[in-house]
Design a protein around this ligand. Structure first.
Ligand SMILES: Nc1ncnc2c1ncn2[C@@H]1O[C@H](COP(=O)(O)OP(=O)(O)OP(=O)(O)O)[C@@H](O)[C@H]1O
Ligand SMILES: [Mg+2]
Length: 357
């Protein structure tokens, strides 16, 4: 096990604008969120069935000042009371990332506080360290070596963390991300956007074994693939709606029961592969614990399957921190600040395609 420096106390202001959430938060010692403000644009993008980049960046510009002020006010702090600023530098939409990074640079320049540029996926991992509301209970947080699964709107990544800030990427999706598959399949079934919560809800009364859907195990790698499953669902929808002029997003299955069964069968296929491969990787790499983060980690069936099937402790973020937020960026920033103290230069640029590990 690598060295463990003693972690000193610090409060970090986090800023996140990588996609369609304008977010700011203050987190103490990488664990306790003193505030967590998220201004979501989801409703503005729903009519496009996805995020419209120019609308997103303009909206970030409109609300970023207020969101940061609100995060400090809710924490009962002034900027001078925090120890550092952490901001998402990538991956994400360039125009959106620029708004957060420029805001953070301005605050760092004016205050003299150190600035840390954080990888958004690193942030998703650190969301599982953050506690909302109640004071920290003495729970030490996830323990290393940790096998982590990030399942979000843009990523499906298996990552081995042997220590804080150390990321070994084992594999990822070859096509659609898990959340993207939920969103696309929800459109195929006619369930709206964002698709993850809609599928979960529709699946509640459904039979997960009703339709035999593809599971891409890709047994010789730690990669994932969800495009075959998505095509599989499309074929089922076509069969069930035979004779109708099928428009993507407007398909209406003849019976509500069919939509429930198809949603449940799709959800089960995704969950089987995510849980199966993660547990296998955890065993092969000798992990002590498992961490699951990102928007899809909010899924109740996924959480239940991990909890039931894993011989190791499994950590999930608090529900409000599964999707994008700035508390996770502040938490990652804390570990950078406390363990390395190596702040970034104010010349740093955005990294829209930044990978992890
Ligand atoms: N209960 C749920 N079940 C399944 N998927 C869900 C659930 N809740 C949210 N999601 C999915 O999570 C995704 C959004 O997650 P998140 O905000 O982490 O992604 P992102 O930030 O857009 O992508 P990335 O972090 O990869 O850049 C969406 O695809 C959404 O459908
Ligand atoms: Mg995200």
């Amino acid at each position: 096990m690598a060295r463990r420096k003693k972690l000193g106390p610090a409060r970090i202001l986090g800023i996140e604008t990588s996609c369609d959430e304008t977010a700011a938060a203050v987190v103490e010692n990488g664990r306790l969120a003193l505030s967590n403000v998220v201004a979501s644009q989801a409703e503005m993008h729903a009519k496009y069935g996805g995020v419209f980049p120019e609308v997103a960046s303009r909206q970030h510009i409109k609300v970023i000042d207020t969101v940061v002020e609100e995060a400090l006010a809710q924490a009962h702090l002034e900027l001078g009371d925090v120890d550092a600023i952490a901001v998402t530098r990538g991956p994400g939409l360039p125009g959106s990332l620029l708004v957060g990074l420029n805001m953070a640079k301005g605050l760092a320049l004016g205050s003299g506080l150190p600035l840390y540029g954080i990888n958004h996926l690193e942030g998703h991992l650190y969301s599982a360290w953050v506690q909302l509301g109640e004071a920290a209970t003495g729970d030490p947080g996830p323990q290393f070596p940790l096998l982590a699964l990030i399942v979000s709107g843009g990523h499906t990544e298996l990552v081995l963390m042997k220590d804080h800030l150390h990321y070994q990427r084992l594999g990822g999706t070859l096509d659609d991300a898990a959340g993207e598959a939920f969103d696309k399949v929800a459109r195929l079934i006619g369930l709206g956007y964002p698709g993850g919560p809609a599928i979960q809800q529709a699946a509640e009364g459904g039979d997960p074994a009703a339709f035999k859907l593809a599971r891409a195990w890709l047994p010789d790698s730690w990669d994932f693939s969800f495009s075959g499953l998505k095509t599989n669902v499309l074929h089922v929808v076509r069969e069930l709606t035979a004779g109708q002029d099928l428009q993507i997003g407007e398909a209406r299955l003849p019976q509500a029961r069919q939509a429930a069964d198809l949603a449940a069968s799709f959800q089960q296929a995704v969950v089987d592969v995510l849980v199966g491969k993660t547990l296998r990787a955890a065993n092969e790499f000798g992990a002590a614990e498992i961490l699951v983060a990102g928007g899809v980690s909010a899924n109740a069936v996924l959480r239940a399957a991990f909890t039931a099937e894993s011989p190791l402790p499994v950590h999930f973020p608090p529900m409000p921190l599964c999707t994008d937020n700035a508390a996770m960026i502040a938490a990652a920033g804390y570990f950078r600040h406390a363990l390395t103290g190596a702040a970034d230069s104010l010349d740093m640029d955005i990294e829209p395609g930044w990978g992890l590990g």
